[in-house]
Design a protein around this ligand. Sequence first.
Ligand code: KIV
Ligand code: ZN
Length: 523
Amino acid sequence: MASDMVRIFDTTLRDGEQSPGASMQKEEKLHVARQLARLNVDVIEAGFPVASPDDFDAVMEIAREIQDGPSVCALARARDKDILVAAEALEGARSPRIHVFLATSPIHMEKKLRMTPDEVLKTIERSVKLARSKVADVEFSAEDAMRSDRTFLSEAVRIAIESGATTINLPDTVGYALPTGVRDLFQSLIATVPGARTVVFSSHCHDDLGLAVANSLAAIEGGARQVECTVNGIGERAGNAAMEEIVMALKVRKSYFKLDTRIRTEEFFRSSRLVSTITGMPVQPNKAIVGENAFAHESGIHQDGLLKDKDTYEILVPEQVGVFGGRLVLGKHSGRHALKDRLEQMGYPLSESELDKVFLRFKKLADQKKELYEEDLETLVFEDEIRPQDRFVLKRLHVSGGTEIPPTATVVLERDGVEHRMAGLGDGPVDAIYRTVSKLTGSNARLVSYAVKGITGGTDALGEVTVRIDQDGLLSLGQGSDTDILVASAKAYLAALNRLERKKGRILRTSGEVSGAGTTPSP
Ligand code: KIV
Ligand code: ZN
């Protein structure tokens, strides 16, 4: 095994999609997969095909489309049906991987699986062999490895290797481990398990104690040569290890780690924005590498130092991770051809009909805003081209208010293709919009949070609103942007309602076709 390369296994589309409130449609997943290919990740975990027909279709399409660069991986429990369905979804892939997982910790085996340790070992053997009979590249994950008994875990890993696994993943499923323990576990298993040096060891850390990145780096120190991670660190509960943080740590501290990845780090910022827009999950301003403040120096002492020598307070330059600080791109007089060229340079080759639509919106925006930045163009493309068919579409909005008159919103929206109009009052303009939209859509969702920020600088900047709503325990996120923040607010609310509709549809379909067979898969 090449020992100076760390493989980046991206699970944004699988574990990342398990983030509360976030879910992606097939078209959205395809856009993320294309961006992951531009980032040059080694493996894209595209989904969990047996979970639902939507997941199956998404994996199948990604497998067919991503023919250069990354391998495409599908997740499967250690069950025949899961493995066969995963293999079927991956049929068109150039380089398919099946990822089989089974828990090895005492609590998971006894309470969740209700299997004896011996049954677990036999199931690992059988399922890895079955996966290997379908594809040459098989990963086995010992779920909850960090809370497993080391002797038993060693035996499970030995059997998985003997049965044909090519990658062994030791996940910190509940985000419980500490770096020293992780390093030690990898070192010891790699040194003692027969056959360990013929496979790649992998880490998969969750961030419940805020240690996912530190633990992933410790795993690498212990000999892991694959890390599983997500863009922006999204994922189940507190999330997974953030790809951009691990990769930049390896790069900036290369003299310490002496390891490389194949990642094109200049794609990080764009990847971060794409995933945030599509999932509706905002990136915290102080997030390392891709947060808004990651390169902002506030203190006078720091600014003075930077002016004298950048190295005083800057360990990496923003351009390395694709932050160009509001790169002015086009203006009001730019033509269709210039827009097409620019979007292609940015990695968005649009079809002629897509370009027609984006150009119309570009002209409208250029009339409202003097200067257009890359971020504005991305917003145009993400918002309208990527977003799949929505049930509710905002057609028109009029809001009045101020110190003398009660806030009133008149909303015209399309519901299932038919236009509806209504006016309503509220405590403030946003409240008036949301109450009216709720009546028009028949929704009883509760607004959990509302946040607004400017995408670029200036009072004419696009405003981006993010909302989180809850309907009967089902969480949904939505984002909307516009030069008018009230319009952005309406778009964000409708985006969250549309996501909720899709989620409800998916649950209904899933419960009919999968749970009906006696299983409700959830890794
Ligand atoms: O956290 C975990 O253990 C997982 C496995 C399915 C790899 O996501
Ligand atoms: Zn996980």
